[in-house]
Every structure is written in structure tokens, then in C-alpha cells.
Write a protein that binds this ligand. Sequence first.
Ligand code: NDP
Length: 315
Amino acid sequence: MSGALVFYSAVDNGPEWQAALAAAAPGLDVRIADPADGTVEGDPADVRYALVWKPPHGFFARFPNLKLVVNLGAGVDALVARDDLPDVAITRLSDPHMARMMASFVLFCVLRHAREIPTFEKAQRERRWHYVHPRTAGEIRVGVLGLGELGAAAAQELARQGFDVRGWSRTAKSLDGVQSCHGMDALAGFLADTEILVVMLPLTPETRGLLDAAHLALLPRGAKFINVARGAVVDEAALITALASGHIAEATLDVFATEPLPSESPLWGMDNVLVTPHLASVAIPASAAAQIADNIRRVEEGREVLNRVDPARGY
Ligand code: NDP
């Protein structure tokens, strides 16, 4: 493979990505940009591809021959919101291991609520033997908002475990074991019929603040709430109110409107909330590199790239 790829991330391991890309795309010259200011050694004109997570403003303009931007992650909200995006193909990572990691985390969250684990943790702290007869998975209605690459994998894993899984997306979807509906008109009925809600929607202009007080009120009293997608899809103040009143009985939250979650957030102190620090799933260089290499080949051969992001749509 010819040409150079520039890597920028202040949080990911550059040398690990460099090694994975060297194996998947022999001959590709991978240059790691300085995480402090985005500067890169070598002639910028050689750079045809960029693998990036939140590069500094103006980063892309340094590379006159850029043809492809790969977002180092599945969520592209930070990338497509920029006002300095180059007019080239933009793709996101698509990695079966990332999907598996997300599906297993969502399964853990759903099981935690379905099997009443927070109730037993509380009882244990009070040295109390508190038996709650378990319900079977098939009796428990789990609603997954968003049936994309990761959302569909999570929904299907839950269905495999026997949960009564329903899914909601923008366009019609057909997934084995998942009863699905789509479009804004279907959302109210979907929420009203969900006991455990799993948020797997990308953050876009349409989904920002979608789960506001009115939508949260549609969930049945005592519903459980899981967000592993993006914090700003939910009105966090409305969620806190619903959790305080018991309308939403419990939540497992991996993502927040502001990250790291500020120390003054009431969520930290709520005993019906589990806070995890945005780690439901991560990009895995060894498996994601193959997909990046494939897209680079596609660009070189003038073919359409896979997993293309539509900046106007926001995902
Ligand atoms: P995709 O982009 O593959 O899919 C998005 C899904 O949401 C699609 O089913 C899409 O519908 C649906 N959707 C988008 N907009 C709307 C809307 N307005 N109304 C109804 N449905 C809508 O996303 P993934 O499944 O790969 O990932 C989901 C999100 O998870 C990512 O965007 C990212 O923010 C987050 N994430 C979180 C991680 C973590 O560690 N916590 C790690 C990785 C990702 P349709 O199918 O019709 O297009």
C-alpha cells in the first residue's frame, strides 16, 4: 500500500494502532501526530488518510491530498459537528469485537436490573436476607432505542438470552428475535411498553435531548434505564427528577452530558444509579485495522468505502 496515514488521538495508543495497521496494510506509512498540537513529521502532501479521535481545530487543512477520514470510534458526533471537516469520505470504525464488547456490557446492565442485583446490594449493606422471586427473561420487556451496528448486536444478544426484546430505529429494520418499529410516531407506544430501556442512539441534531421529561414520563412507573450511547440524548435533569421520584426505579449510566461527570452531579450520590466511566465498548486495533485497510484499498481503487458516515444525517 502506498501513501501515508496520519494518526491523531490524545487518548488512544498510537504505537499499538501503528503496529496493527502495519500488519493489516503492509507498505502504509503510518505517522503519529503529536497529541499536544497535532504536528506530524514528514511531508504533509504524502498524507492521504487520517485516523483520528478529536484532533485539534484546523488539523485536516494541513494535508492537501487527504482522501479519507476514519473516525477512531463508532460515535461520530464530535467529528461531524466540526466546522473544519474536509470534503472527503468519512467513515467510522466497524469492528465485530467492538460490537461484541458492547453487546456483553448491555447484557450485563440488563441482567443487573432483570435479576434485581441493586436490590440485593442494598439488602446486603443492611445485613438483610431479602428474597425476590426471579422472573424469567421472556417475561421482561426490554426496549432498545437504536438498532445500528452496536445496537443491533446488543438487541440480538438480549434476544438470545430469551428477553422479550423490542427495538426502535429511524427506518424499518428486521432482526431475528427482535420486534421492531421505527419513526417518531412509534416512539410513545414503544416507551410505554418498555420495562428496561437501553439507549443506543447516536447523538445527532434529531436525537439531542430526545428523551426529555415528557418522553421519560411515558415509561411505566418503576422502569429501569440504561444509557450506553451518548449522555446528551437524554435530558439529564429530567432523568434525575424521574430517578428521585421513583418513576424510573434504577439506572445504569455509562455516558453523560458532560464527561467526566462533574463531581457536583447528583447522579454520583443516588443509590439507584450505577455510574461507569464511558467504557461500554472500545475500539480494538488488531481487529479494526482490517476494516481500515479495506477502506484504504477501496479509496485507492476508486470504489465506494464501507461504513460511510453522512455528516448531514449526523451518523
Ligand atoms: P449506528 O450509527 O450504526 O446506528 C444508529 C442507530 O440509531 C440506527 O438504527 C438508526 O436508525 C438509529 N437512529 C438514528 N437516528 C435516529 C432517529 N432520529 N430516530 C430513530 N432512530 C434513529 O450506531 P451504533 O449502533 O454503532 O452505535 C450507537 C452509539 O453508541 C454510537 O453512535 C455512539 O455514540 C455510542 N457508543 C458508545 C460507546 C461506549 O463505550 N459507551 C462505544 C461506542 C459507541 P436506522 O437504522 O434507521 O439508520
